[in-house]
Write a protein that binds this ligand. Structure first.
Ligand code: NAD
Length: 429
């Protein structure tokens, strides 16, 4: 086991799966396959910088609450750090660190010149007013002023954050440096330099790799039975695009529960329903209720976990009845569950490939911002399509050439490129 000295140990319950240990296990598996130098592995196992800041926030009733905000920068060997900001009650420093590492491999895999980072605050955004969320976001940004920047570290939305939070971050950073800096974040509104196609990008990337995997199995998207856990930014976009391509999305869930319709759900109507019902799908007419646990084991062609980590574990992997599992969320399938699915011949499209569409279009947004030339949505989608299909093909090729599962193949490509760059650059001093 490599040493990870910057991160504190957590004292979890026996069932707890440490996301950072899990991320290191994937890295070590790729390192074994690549016969990577132990010194390089040691460097890549540790984040380069771990920042935790205090965020005192005045609640609407006058009470002051002090929150902890994290930003972890894993590796900037290939370019500036890049990664989302998550607002979710389960955020921990180790989780943020694992997600930062994942970003490093993801960017390298799809061939974009970024390193991995991630940020997060352990709050349930639903329990805060818009004013409170704005104060939290602005204070968090101002505490990180020295650590972020358009050529240093560029945040983006993740769970619980959206274009709105990115606009607040961009404004706070710009006011502090004295001029507008649109390149400080991606996933921002179009009015301040956002990219067309960014909102749907992660879901579109999921749709593209699912379509390619179905094609490799000799199947079409039309008529494919799809189940999706999570109906937020990623899940709802993937659902809509697959629905438009002719798939039957038979079940969808949110944190409060799910809905099932054998004939397929009317996804545009479901999106409109969720928008009016606090982002929940529960109670949607013409559908039966279903729990999140039941949803994951429904018979279907494609299962898309698009919510949280560790949803498919040793406990339920043997009950999964899909031909393809596409990891739209980060880390929804545990290491052991992945092995069990592989053994049953179920194709697992790994997160660093399946959900890379978001960071690809974030990169395209950054490129447009730097060149002051903005593209129409077709151009953005074409570039995304090219990069996603190219990465998918490379993963398939690597898997076949080395006779390894898709996740290991994706990791060997991502880790291998970063390791090569590290070895070419050398270690300072
Ligand atoms: P989001 O906050 O927009 O949506 C999350 C969804 O998950 C919501 O529908 C929520 O109700 C649901 N959910 C929460 N807890 C749940 C539970 N216990 N069971 C079932 N559903 C639950 O978040 P998002 O941006 O769609 O991100 C989802 C996942 O995708 C995360 O793992 C994130 O890291 C990953 N991801 C997001 C992006 C992006 O561009 N937003 C990019 C890459 C990866």
């Amino acid at each position: 086991m490599v040493s990870t000295s910057l991160l504190p140990l957590e004292s979890p319950s026996p069932a707890y799966i440490c996301p950072y240990d899990q991320a290191c296990s994937y890295l070590e598996e790729a390192a074994r396959e690549l016969k990577l130098d132990q010194n390089i592995l040691e460097v890549l196992s540790n984040p380069r910088k771990v920042v935790t800041v205090s965020i005192p926030v005045k609640r609407d009733d006058g009470e002051v609450q002090v929150l902890a905000g994290h930003r972890v920068q894993h590796c900037d060997i290939l370019g500036p750090y890049k990664g989302g900001i998550r607002y979710h009650p389960a955020v921990t420093l180790r989780e943020v660190s694992a997600l930062a590492m994942l970003m490093t491999w993801k960017c390298a895999l799809v061939g974009i010149p970024y390193g991995g980072a991630k940020g997060g605050i352990a709050i349930d955004p639903k329990r805060y007013s818009i004013g409170e969320l704005e104060r939290i976001t602005r204070r968090y940004t101002s505490e990180l002023l020295k650590d972020i920047g358009p050529s240093v570290d560029i945040p983006a939305p993740d769970m619980g954050t959206s274009a709105r939070e990115m606009a607040w971050m961009m404004d706070t950073y710009s006011v502090n440096v004295g001029h507008a800096v649109p390149g400080i974040v991606t996933g921002k509104p179009l009015s301040i330099g956002g990219s067309r196609g960014r909102e749907m990008a992660t879901g579109r990337g999921v749709m593209i790799v699912v379509r390619e995997a179905l094609r490799d199995l000799g199947n079409l998207v039309i008529g494919t039975r799809v189940v999706i856990q999570g109906f937020g930014n990623v899940g709802s976009a993937a659902a809509l695009l697959l629905h438009e391509a002719g798939a039957k999305v038979i079940a969808v869930s949110t944190g409060s529960g799910g809905v099932f319709a054998e004939k397929g759900l009317d996804i545009p109507a479901l999106k409109a329903y969720a928008a009016e019902n606090h982002r929940s799908v529960v109670g949607f007419p013409h559908a039966e209720p279903i729990s999140n646990a039941e949803l994951l084991t429904l018979p279907c062609d494609v299962l898309i976990p698009a919510a949280l980590e560790n949803q498919i574990t040793e406990e339920n992997a043997d009950q999964v009845q899909a031909k393809i599992v596409a990891e739209a969320a980060n880390g929804p399938v545990t290491l052991e569950a992945n092995r069990a699915l592989d053994a049953r011949g179920i194709i697992v499209l790994p997160d660093i490939l399946a959900n890379a569409g978001g960071v690809v279009v974030s990169y395209l947004e950054w490129v447009q911002g730097l060149s002051y030339v903005f593209w129409d949505e077709d151009r953005v989608n074409r570039e995304l399509e090219y990069l996603m299909v190219h990465a998918y093909r490379q993963v398939i090729q690597q898997s076949k050439a080395r006779q390894i599962p898709l996740r290991v193949a994706a990791y060997t490509l991502g880790v291998g490129r970063v390791a090569q760059a590290l070895s070419d650059r050398g270690l300072y001093p």
